[in-house]
Design a protein around this ligand. Structure first.
Ligand SMILES: Nc1ncnc2c1ncn2[C@@H]1O[C@H](COP(=O)(O)OP(=O)(O)OP(=O)(O)O)[C@@H](O)[C@H]1O
Length: 553
């Protein structure tokens, strides 16, 4: 299967067979794909011969073939200077190869990991986010939701140009209005541009869970509620925090838990530098405009988040360097401080990891083993951040919209304290979080219970709605059908079947949700018990030590 075309470079035609490409080295990997720098051999020494090939393992991909194929199609149809467009794509064994322009500085995620672990300077963030926002404006105008905005999907070239990439989970807002006829809906989505207003009107209709947990909007997590283009604005706000601190909020938690917390919590905003948290180790100051921009994106209520177009007019972006001067600024202040993507690869020891990519024999410069890389990514994500710690990196967790009082512990007591002063020494779960004793006993479990109750209540409301509409809409006991009106009777039957179908769907969702949440609670309680046992042992140990000490005195 192949999709030809000359995407980013209209004058160049890219071949549709693996033999025409030579993989130079691996430059990155995601959940189910490996990305290579490669040469397109027929193009010889031309600069366009250097490409990036994303080899997507169709067997491991959580998306089905249609969805993966949609990424390639979507990229090929879009045209904007801040949107990365594929040259072509084709299958190689069980992999889909997407051939695209090589962005020599890699993704912002990679740049953060290799040069800015504590975040980029604010001016640089403004420059890259402004271009990202332009891409987002364009996508939304085209009726598309990206659904996976994050630093890993914002790519930078050697001249400082910025492009939004990875349409693996992007979708047309039109597709959901006709979910059962995806093929025709997909093509009709591209029949012409639509206005932002139309896009808004058609929003709130997706209900599948797409994206990467830490960046997901609350309404995406609560996927039965439906979501639209404003989900991208939430992820954009999270990406801003990721760029400010080097990692997204909650990234020290396993993804499922961060989702649960997001459901009921006001998440994170940049801290007010005027607050009482002056005794900080690595306090970073951010402008009021930046904080205001981020918090507008992170409104729990999608309708209150600004559109991409409106956000572009925010003072934070108005003062950002743009065009040539913006690109030069990035080259001087960001790219100069990070190794090239090839050097980043060479820094990693191990095999190239291309076994199974469908092209092992053609990889000429083994550089990084997939597992090594994945471990690094996980390690980077698990590095404890002070998202909860008001004293360190200017983040604030505000679950109730109120500052915790002095005698009230913060909502979650996860600590970013290398000295482990408040944590429990030696307690390392899968997620390596350190949890305060009170946090476990008094906060985490009740929080999960509240989450379950809230979710159940919402599902109950939906079921009641269906039942009520059945009663008032003449569905189940329509008196007209008993009066012998056959036409009405068949319509009634159809409506009843439709409602029954919806009801069954809701009940299934409800069962699944309860199952998921019960598992989370069980895990949390097991962890709780384990930690309490360790605490108990420590306390007993300390008492024994002190009695021995006093005895020996
Ligand atoms: N066109 C490109 N040019 C240069 N580097 C690229 C290109 N595309 C991807 N990369 C690099 O490869 C890395 C992995 O990209 P990929 O799209 O597979 O994963 P991801 O988006 O980071 O993760 P996920 O699978 O969760 O979406 C990127 O972070 C980036 O550093």
């Amino acid at each position: 299967m192949a999709a030809g075309g000359s995407g980013g470079d209209n004058a160049t035609s890219y071949p549709l067979d693996a033999g025409s490409y030579r993989l130079v080295c691996k430059i990155g990997s995601g959940v189910s794909a490996v990305v290579y720098k490669a040469l397109c051999l027929p193009l010889g020494a031309s600069p366009s011969a250097v490409v990036a090939i994303k080899a997507i393992d169709l067997e491991r991909s959580r998306a089905n073939l249609d969805e993966v194929w949609r990424e390639a199609k979507a990229m090929a149809l879009l045209s904007h200077r801040n949107v990365l467009r594929a040259h072509c794509s084709f299958t190689v064994g069980s992999h889909l190869w997407v051939v695209m322009p090589f962005m020599a500085a890699g993704s912002l995620h990679s740049i953060l990991s290799h040069g800015f672990p504590d975040g980029l300077p604010e001016q640089c963030i403004a420059v890259v986010l402004k271009d990202t926002l332009r891409a987002l404006c364009y996508l939304h105008e085209q009726g598309r939701i990206h659904r996976d905005i994050k630093a890993g999907n914002i790519l930078v070239d050697s001249d400082g140009s910025v492009k939004l990439a990875d349409f693996g989970v992007s979708a047309s807002i039109y597709e959901t209005t006709q979910p059962s006829s995806s093929a025709s809906a997909t093509s009709s989505a591209f029949s012409g541009p639509i206005s932002a207003t139309q896009a808004m009107a058609a929003s709130s209709c997706f209900n599948d869970m797409a994206g990467t947990p830490y960046w997901m909007a609350p309404e995406v997590i609560h996927s039965h509620v439906g979501y639209g283009i404003k989900a991208d604005i939430w992820s954009f706000g999270i990406t801003a925090l990721e760029l400010a601190h080097g990692r997204p909020p909650l990234s020290h938690l396993p993804p499922s838990k961060s989702m649960l917390m997001r459901i009921t919590s006001r998440v994170v905003r940049l801290d007010d530098t005027d607050s009482s948290t002056t005794a900080t180790k690595k306090k970073r100051r951010f402008s009021k405009a930046f904080k205001d921009m981020v918090s507008s994106c992170l409104s729990q209520e999608p309708a209150r988040r600004p559109s991409a177009e409106k956000l572009l007019r925010h003072p934070f972006f108005r003062s950002a360097a743009a065009g040539r001067s913006g690109r030069d600024y990035l080259v001087r202040n960001v790219l100069a401080a990070v190794p090239t993507v090839e050097e980043r690869c060479r820094d990693d020891v191990g095999d190239c990891g291309c076994a199974g990519c469908g092209a092992a024999a053609r990889c000429v410069s083994p550089c990084r083993h997939a597992d090594n890389h994945n471990n690094n990514v996980v390690a980077a994500k698990n590095r404890r951040i002070s998202g909860w710690n008001f004293n360190e990196e200017n983040f604030e967790l505000d679950p109730t919209d109120q500052q915790p009082t002095a005698d009230q512990p913060p909502f979650f007591l996860f600590h970013d304290d290398d000295t482990k002063s408040t944590g429990i020494d030696g307690v390392d779960g899968d997620d390596q979080q350190q949890v305060g004793e009170e946090g476990l006993r008094d906060v985490v479990v009740p929080h999960l219970v509240n989450t379950i109750l809230g979710s159940l209540e919402m599902q109950r409301g939906m079921v009641m709605q269906v039942l009520e509409s059945g009663e008032t809409g003449g569905g189940y006991h329509d008196h007209r059908s008993s009066n012998g009106c056959d036409g009405d009777s068949s319509e009634t039957t159809a409506r009843r079947e439709e409602r029954e179908g919806m009801l069954i769907g809701y009940v299934r969702q409800l069962e699944q949700r309860v199952q998921e949440l019960s598992t989370e609670v069980e895990e949390e309680m097991a962890r709780n018990a384990q930690l309490q046992e360790m605490l108990h042992e420590r306390t007993c140990g300390n008492q024994t030590d002190s009695s021995q000490t006093s005895g020996s005195r």
